[in-house]
Design a protein around this ligand. Structure first.
Ligand code: ATP
Length: 467
């Protein structure tokens, strides 16, 4: 048995500051979950519906169940749409593909707008990567490719999913046809005001960037806003309306944007009001006054003023920049939260950089240990420097206690690998498997054996990715 670092020591610093500690754990869980979802694959032997490949994308995996009626049109876009994750064959990355069924692109004058969207990088916008037409689905479809955010959901499903089924067969919340009456919170209680401002800050920041480039979102709707983690938002589906609803009569494709920007602001007002009432029913014209009363009773005057600014006087031109003073000091809360999260991530990244270094070391050990044949020498991995490395591998991984039971201790492995990596002069006792011989070597000597053995391999082969 060898002394090991008590596992809690490594975490002591973080645990001393509990909020950071929990945030780090939460982020790790989220990343694990996201990784599992990114890796999910369809069993191709059972998949008869989806094409194996669409343009440069393969491994298609639907992100939503097939609709009961395949001709069901999206309320926002007016065409049937479907969403997949897929892997790009060129870069191996996973993307989100949104197919617009039965759309034939006859006019490419809208493409400058798509180029503008592709250049738009913003932390609250799902980035558009490319657009292509395809017959891979057996019809004329146009596909919009976006960054993929695993484990994300829509703002609609997060906050308004327990709404009664819409009577018109469509699913857009902003078209729900209800019987009127006072808007009732869809869930028990109302959302905390701080959460609503968190959303306002993110959505207005995205709109500010979009409007500043001369574009407009044109599809701002709770079904077209992605949410992941606790409260991180991104505006989704940018660029689609610019293609599907392109007005060919305008010489300048940006000519109508100021008009659409006003509509974006109105849509933002609707979203904030629906969040504040915790119900999309508040958006019914006949419910508006009741909804505003509910906001006055439960939230700050600033929130009500923001909603009034965005929803009333549609003939008065409004600007997203006017929202900033209404957010006021709440902006600092956002900034603080973002910086705290940044610190936690930096801390976690530092640990992962360490882990990555040790992982590469283990990969190299794996390439040397137990190699059956090298340069026509069958005993290469059993002799010379490699023999020491073999015994060191046993020392690292195959320790047993006095009863012969495997002794498994991560801290021992990490500590020893770090010492080899640093080449410290400390000595270690290695024992042959038959326990007949004992070798005392320093970690520095092990490092030398390791480096010379690995460079022998490197010089003879075609190494890829080892550094
Ligand atoms: N870029 C993306 N990355 C990851 N998941 C996404 C992405 N875009 C959409 N999704 C997921 O795909 C699913 C369907 O999204 P979609 O925008 O079609 O919502 P919807 O409520 O079905 O809207 P609609 O009624 O217009 O079809 C949602 O679960 C959403 O979280």
């Amino acid at each position: 048995m060898y002394p090991s670092i008590p596992p809690h020591i490594a975490h002591m610093k973080l645990k001393a500051n509990l909020p950071q500690f929990f945030m780090a754990d939460e982020i790790k869980l989220q990343i694990l979950n996201e990784h599992a979802l990114t890796m999910a694959q369809l069993d191709q032997s059972h998949n008869t519906e989806l094409p194996a490949e669409v343009d440069n994308y393969h491994n298609l995996f639907p992100l939503e169940p097939p609709p009961a009626n395949p001709l069901q049109k999206s309320n926002i876009f007016g065409y049937p749409t479907s969403c997949f994750k897929a892997v790009n064959v060129k870069d191996g990355m996973t993307y989100c593909l949104r197919r617009i069924h039965g759309f034939r692109l006859v006019n490419t004058k809208c493409m400058p707008l798509i180029d503008m969207w592709k250049k738009m990088y913003h932390p609250n916008i799902v980035q558009l990567k490319e657009v292509f037409t395809t017959k891979a689905y057996g019809d004329n479809s146009i596909v919009f490719v976006y960054d993929f955010f695993p484990a994300s959901e829509t703002l609609m499903s997060r906050h308004f999913s327990n709404m009664p089924a819409p009577v018109n067969g469509y699913s857009s919340p902003f078209n729900v046809s209800m019987n009127g009456g006072t808007p009732q919170p869809a869930n028990n209680g109302l959302l905390p005001e701080s959460l609503i401002w968190t959303y306002v800050v993110q959505l207005s920041s995205a709109l500010r960037a979009i409007h500043a480039t001369g574009l407009a979102c044109r599809s701002l709707d709770p079904t077209k806003i992605l949410i992941y983690g606790k409260s991180r938002l991104r505006i989704n589906c940018v660029g689609i309306s610019d293609v599907l609803n392109f007005d060919n009569s305008q010489g300048n494709p940006l000519a109508l944007m100021p008009h659409y920007q006003q509509k974006d602001l109105y849509a933002l007002g609707n979203i904030v009001l629906a969040l504040a009432c915790n119900s999309v029913m508040s958006l019914q014209r006949e419910n508006l006054q009741n909804a505003l009363d509910l906001v006055s009773r439960n939230y700050s005057p600033d929130l009500k003023n923001l909603i009034l600014y965005l929803l009333t006087n549609p003939n008065r031109p409004r600007s997203i920049n006017d929202v900033m003073p209404m957010i006021g000091a709440r902006f600092f809360t956002q900034l603080d939260a973002a910086q705290l999260r940044g610190d936690v991530l930096q801390n976690e990244l530092a640990k992962e950089v360490e882990n990555g270094r040790l992982f590469r070391l283990i990969c190299k050990f794996g390439a040397i240990n137990e190699r059956q044949d090298f340069s026509l020498d069958q005993a290469w991995s059993e002799t010379g420097d490699r023999y020491i490395l073999k015994l060191f591998r046993d020392y690292l991984f195959h320790q047993v206690d006095e009863n012969g039971t495997p002794w498994l201790d991560m801290a021992h492995i990490i500590q020893c690998l770090n010492k080899v990596d640093a080449g410290v002069p400390e000595k270690v006792t290695l024992m042959s498997r038959d326990e007949q011989s004992v070798i005392i070597v320093s970690y520095a000597e092990i490092k030398r054996c390791f480096e010379s053995s690995f460079s022998e391999l490197l010089n003879s082969g075609h190494p890829q990715g080892y550094s």
